[in-house]
Unconditional design. Structure first.
Lengths: 433, 301
């Protein structure tokens, strides 16, 4: 029997667009045309569409799951959807596009390999397009797909499409976004979504799904090796009296048996003697594998330590970090506030020293002199921490370069931060659109 | 540098193992909710791999409705013996006897809803602070917005508007006294991924998942097992069919599929061709458009 399906790759992408861009319709279409929707789901949506007085089947109802969303016809939270083609398995992070939900978009994009940004062909590049593109770029998305939707409403005009592409490219250049692909589609009718459409003969590129099936998936395996130690496995049994394994998921790079490693923050060195996943012995491990490694020396390592390769560039370590922060909570971020700063599997306490500026996410202007970052604001913040943070620039490493802020009283996750190196924050990037 | 390809199953496995290790590190008294179904079997297998060669650092909890297929209990006991794991059973019958819940009556009577009380009581009794479940986001639309680490208040309730954002691979399991978390390590798996993984890892499965002959009857377009715990209407006649379970739950709400699937490969082929979701066979989801959201709010799995 054909077992090719055991060898598929996984692509995670996010979708952003506003209520009227047809985002939910596009997702409904991807699920529907890839036959990932089942009869009972379709029947339920048909019935729900009828009872709401919609004339056509409203594919958006497939994705809006919570009671409040169905009642108000909006998407509130990040929803995850799944579909597969014979070539790949996909996870969609479906994020609401409205400015009030910037935090949800940041959340959805944080785990994505690729970001689809919807543009209404009738309206072109809008403020929200800039906002969605900025967030994708800030979170280091490797590839952006601009889906110019509702081509049916502009008579499938090539001229309109080209105008939007030119407009977008100007903005992308300012934002330093490199990998962008443009696709003219009509999500409602399915043109260029799964199948190429003969209504747009002038468009020579791939249909959306074809692009998603073939785009290269960036792995952080070219970067320096980083393994945050999650858990120390010590069976303390008669069969394994001395077993001591350091368990974790490789954040970046690659490690091989025999490699010399250094443990941070202590700086102790040792050599890798075994790499295992349960009973299986491995020669090497790379991102994103979860493994257990054993060392030649009995050194003191605990959860939260970072294992790196001795001969590779070391991460930085500092009690003063500068971050781009997106705020998630109604209780605003202010200078002198204290938060728990959690970075992958370790944490410390941090005090906000200064808010250097807030980024106007529609115009991208820097706004210095603000007293607070409110919910859905993004800005650059300087934080002083109780113990040194061992980090890489987020640009180089999404695991060792990212943190969340936790409120000490409510335990809520109140913000997300992207660590910048001194060089990056001194450049103090300004955008002019 | 390395150019080895990580397949989708390996990536999902790696993510789930990461989540399980986070649970072990962040909580004091975690527990695996073991239903005997394929999802909780996969979770248990992943936990075995995550901590090997140490034993799984948490017990298994089975909420027993008393309406189980005999095979489920056999499989459970054999698994526990093989892994050397600790098993705790929460009994719905006991909750009924103690007057904590009231048994439903009539043709559609099910103990599915009653499980919530038994579950919350057991969590409280043993001071569990993280209950690990096999729920997946692809199962149902309210679950599409579920977190890996899902916060429950002291009443065990899920508030969809007050869930913590989850970014990158950072999980926040901090909580106040009396609160607990539900953790869903296989959130990102689909039904197909689960079966492909079972095949890849060669995990032994309960015989119920494969075709077998059974006395069944038809109700509302669904095949149900002709067992004592379901009251049949006079018009419902028992016939013998080749069936298998697509999900395993309490007998009263587990729809059976007519099937000739003898092997894991057969099951995968059958799922690839099927046009109805696995929860399409679950009577408990059909009660309203947002039935699952309403049960989750009340503290259901």
């Amino acid at each position: 029997m054909e077992r090719g399906y055991l060898d598929m790759q996984l692509l995670r992408f996010s979708t952003a667009g506003s209520v009227d861009d047809g985002k939910s319709t596009l997702i409904g279409r991807l699920l529907y045309d890839s036959k990932s929707i089942f009869e009972d789901q379709l029947e339920a949506v048909e019935a729900a569409s009828r009872s709401r007085g919609n004339e056509e089947v409203n594919l958006a109802l497939l994705t809006d799951g919570l009671r409040a969303e169905r009642e108000q016809g909006i998407t509130i939270d990040v929803a995850y959807r799944y579909f597969a083609t014979p070539k790949r398995k996909f996870i969609i992070a479906d994020t609401p596009g409205h400015i009030e939900y910037t935090r949800n978009m940041v959340t959805g994009v944080s785990t994505a390999d690729l970001s689809i940004i919807l543009v209404d062909a009738r309206h072109g590049v809008l403020e929200q397009t800039v906002r969605h593109s900025y967030i994708s770029s800030l979170l280091g998305i490797g590839h952006i797909v601009v889906a110019v939707n509702k081509m049916d409403l502009v008579d499938y005009s090539e001229e309109t499409f080209v105008k939007i592409v030119e407009e977008y490219k100007k903005m992308a250049k300012v934002l330093n976004i490199r990998n962008v692909t443009f696709i003219p589609i009509s999500a409602k009718d399915g043109d260029n979504v799964v199948n190429k459409s003969d209504k747009l003969p002038w468009y020579k590129g791939p249909a959306l799904i074809e692009l998603l099936e073939t785009v290269s998936i960036e792995r952080q395996d070219g970067a320096a090796f980083r393994l945050p130690v999650q858990y120390v496995i010590r069976p303390i049994s008669s069969k394994y009296p001395d077993f001591r394994g350091y368990a974790g998921r490789v954040a970046s790079g690659e490690i091989r048996v025999g490699d010399r490693i250094r443990v941070l923050p202590s700086g102790q060195e040792s050599k890798v003697t075994r790499i295992t996943m349960a009973e299986k012995e491995l020669e090497s491990a790379s991102n994103p594998e979860s493994v257990t490694i054993q060392l030649s020396d009995d050194i003191d390592i605990s959860r939260g330590d970072l294992i790196v390769k001795a001969e590779e560039p070391a991460p930085q370590s500092s009690q003063d970090i500068v971050l781009d922060v997106c705020w998630f909570n109604e209780s605003a971020l202010q200078p002198r506030n204290r938060y728990i700063i959690r970075q992958s599997v370790t944490e410390t306490v941090g005090i906000v020293r200064t808010i250097n500026y807030r980024r106007n996410i529609n115009t991208l202007d820097r706004e210095p002199g603000v007293a607070q970052l409110k919910m859905n604001d993004i800005g650059e913040v300087s934080v002083h921490t109780a113990s040194p943070v061992v980090f890489d620039s987020y640009r180089d490493n999404k695991v060792t370069g990212s943190v969340i802020f936790i409120d000490q009283d409510t335990n809520e996750t109140v913000g997300a931060g992207i660590i910048k190196t001194e060089k990056e924050w001194k450049e103090n990037q300004t955008y002019e659109i | 540098m390395s150019s080895k390809t990580i397949t989708h199953l390996k990536e999902l496995e790696s993510e789930s193992i990461y989540v399980l290790r986070e649970v072990a590190a962040q909580f004091e008294r975690p527990v695996i909710l073991f239903s005997g179904g394929k999802d909780s079997i996969v979770i248990t297998h992943l936990a075995y791999k995550a901590f090997y060669p140490a034993k799984i650092p948490f017990p298994l909890l089975h909420i027993d409705t008393g309406h189980n297929f005999a095979e489920t209990i056999e499989y459970r006991d054999e698994l526990v013996r093989r892994l050397g794991a600790e098993l705790i059973v929460g009994s719905v019958q006991q909750s009924i006897d103690e007057g904590r819940v009231k048994e439903e009556t009539g043709y559609y009577a099910s103990r599915n809803k009653l499980q919530t009380t038994t579950l919350l009581d057991t969590i409280e009794k043993y001071h569990f602070d993280a209950a690990i479940g096999g729920a997946r986001r692809d199962e149902e639309k309210a679950r599409a917005k579920e977190r890996f680490f899902s916060h429950r208040d002291e009443f065990g309730q899920w508030n969809p508007k007050n869930q913590r954002p989850e970014l990158w691979n950072i999980f926040n399991g901090k909580k106040a006294m009396g609160e607990h978390f539900r953790v869903f390590p296989i959130s990102n798996w689909t039904e197909m991924d689960v079966w492909q993984y079972i095949l890849l890892e060669n995990i032994p499965m309960p015989s119920l998942y494969f075709t077998h002959e059974r006395d069944v009857f038809e109700r509302d377009g669904q095949w149900l097992a002709a067992e004592e715990c379901i009251q049949r209407k006079p018009t419902e006649t028992v016939v013998r069919k080749h069936v298998r379970c697509r999900t395993i739950g309490d007998i009263t709400c587990t729809g059976l599929t007519l099937s000739e699937a003898h092997t894991l490969e057969d099951i995968i082929e059958e799922i690839a061709a099927t046009r109805v979701t696995e929860r399409g066979g679950r009577a408990d989801d059909k009660r309203s458009e947002t039935a699952m959201e309403d049960r989750k709010r009340a503290g259901y799995f």
